[in-house]
Design a protein around this ligand. Structure first.
Ligand code: HSE
Length: 343
C-alpha cells in the first residue's frame, strides 16, 4: 500500500482561508513531517468553489497557491480539469474537506465525506456542518468500513480540546462539559465589557477574520451548538445532533455597570450534562476560568474522579485550524503505519 512506503496522496476540497493555510503549512513542514514521521504528503487534486485541478504526480503547491491568490480562483491553472468527480474518480488515501460549515444541510461537506467513504478514502475535516448534522451515523459508517474520520480542527481551531479529552482523560467518565467555544462572540462580549456596541464589536470581529461566512451562525449560537455536539459525542458518547441542542445567541445581551461592579460578566456558554445540551448567554463570575479575553476559547471537562479540567487556547484562525489538519494527517500516518489507533 502506498501509505506504507511514506506517500500519502491528498485530495483537498475547499481553498478558502483554511485550505490555503493548510497548503502553506504542508510546504513549510514537509521536511519535518518526513523526518519525524516518515510522512510524505502529496496533494494530487484540489478544488475551490469555481474549479478543480488534478495531477497524479502531485500538484506544484507553491505555484498553485500563487495562482489562487493572484486570481482569486483555480480557473485557468495548467492542471485544471473539467467534468470529473474529484473525490470519487481520483486515487488517493485521504480527502481533506474544508468547505464552509453549513448548519442547515451540512452540504456540500456531507456529500464529499460520503463519497470518500464509498470510495475507501479516509477523511480529515475542519467542517463542522456534516458532524453537527449526522455525526453518530458518519462515525459508525467510517468505523464499519475500517476508515478514519478525523476532525480535531472542528472544535477550538488549533487548540486540541478533542485530543485532550480523548487521550489525557481516557479511562474516566466525563460527566459534564462547559465551555466558550466561539471566538467571535467571546470577542464581542469582551469588547462590550469595554463599552463598545454590539454592532461595532461584530464589525471588528469580522475584520479580524474570526466570524463565519455568515456571522449570524456565530452570533445566534449555531457555531457553538455544532461544536458542543462534536465535543459531547466525542467525550460523553451521547449520540446527539444539532437538533438536540437548545440554542440561544447573544443578540440583545447587555453587560451592565452593575453586573461588572458585582464581579460578574456575560459569556456564551455551551454546556452538556445530565439535564441536556444548551448554548445560551449566562451571567458568570469574572474569575471563572471560562472568562477568557479576546477570541480565545476555554472548555472545562468534568471527569467523574479527577474533577474539572480546563483547557484554554485560540479557537479560530486559518493557520491554527490548518495546524489541526496537519496534526490529523500525522495521526493518520501513525495509524496506517501500524501505530496505536488514533482519535
Ligand atoms: N467563527 C468561528 C469562531 C471560527 O468564531 O469561533 C472557528 O470555528
Amino acid at each position: 500500500m502506498l501509505s506504507l512506503v511514506g506517500k500519502m496522496r491528498i485530495i483537498l476540497i475547499g481553498l478558502g482561508v483554511v485550505g490555503q493555510a493548510f497548503l502553506e503549512l504542508l510546504e513549510l513542514e514537509k521536511t519535518d513531517l518526513y523526518g519525524k514521521y516518515g510522512l510524505h504528503p502529496v496533494v494530487v487534486a484540489a478544488a475551490d468553489s469555481s474549479s478543480m485541478v488534478y495531477n497524479p504526480r502531485g500538484l506544484d503547491v507553491p505555484s498553485l497557491l500563487r495562482h489562487k491568490r493572484s486570481r482569486g480562483t483555480l480557473r485557468g491553472y495548467p492542471d485544471e480539469v473539467l467534468d470529473i468527480d474529484l473525490v470519487r474518480d481520483v486515487d488517493a488515501e485521504v480527502v481533506v474537506e474544508v468547505t464552509p460549515s453549513n448548519f442547515k444541510t451540512g452540504e456540500p461537506g456531507i456529500s464529499h465525506i460520503r463519497a470518500a467513504l464509498q470510495t475507501g478514502k479516509h477523511v480529515i475535516t475542519a467542517n463542522k456542518g456534516p458532524l453537527a448534522i449526522e455525526m453518530p451515523a458518519l462515525v459508525e459508517m467510517f468505523q464499519h468500513k475500517g476508515l478514519r474520520l478525523l476532525f480535531s480542527g472542528t472544535v477550538g481551531g488549533g487548540t486540541p480540546f478533542l485530543r485532550f479529552v480523548g487521550k489525557c482523560l481516557s479511562g474516566e467518565r466525563i460527566v459534564s462539559i462547559r465551555g466558550v467555544v466561539n471566538g467571535t462572540t467571546n470577542y464581542i462580549l469582551n469588547r462590550m465589557e469595554e463599552g463598545k456596541s454590539f454592532q461595532e464589536a461584530l464589525r471588528e470581529a469580522q475584520e479580524k477574520g474570526y466570524a463565519e461566512a455568515d456571522p449570524s451562525n456565530d452570533v445566534d449560537g449555531w457555531d457553538s451548538a455544532a461544536k458542543l455536539v462534536i465535543l459531547s459525542n466525542w467525550a460523553m458518547d451521547l449520540g446527539v445532533t444539532l437538533k438536540d441542542v437548545s440554542v440561544r445567541g447573544i443578540r440583545g445581551v447587555e453587560i451592565t455597570e452593575d453586573m461588572l461592579s458585582r464581579g460578574k460578566t456575560v459569556r456564551l456558554i455551551a454546556s452538556a450534562d445530565e439535564s441536556g445540551l444548551r448554548v445560551q448567554p449566562e451571567e458568570i463570575d469574572k474569575r471563572d476560568p471560562l472568562v477568557v479575553p479576546g477570541a480565545l476559547n476555554a472548555v472545562s471537562f468534568t471527569a467523574e474522579i479527577s474533577g474539572r479540567h480546563t483547557l484554554i487556547g485560540k479557537g479560530a484562525g486559518g493557520r491554527e485550524t490548518a495546524a489541526a489538519l496537519i496534526r490529523d494527517l500525522v495521526e493518520l500516518k501513525l495509524y496506517l503505519g501500524g501505530a496505536e489507533p488514533c482519535s
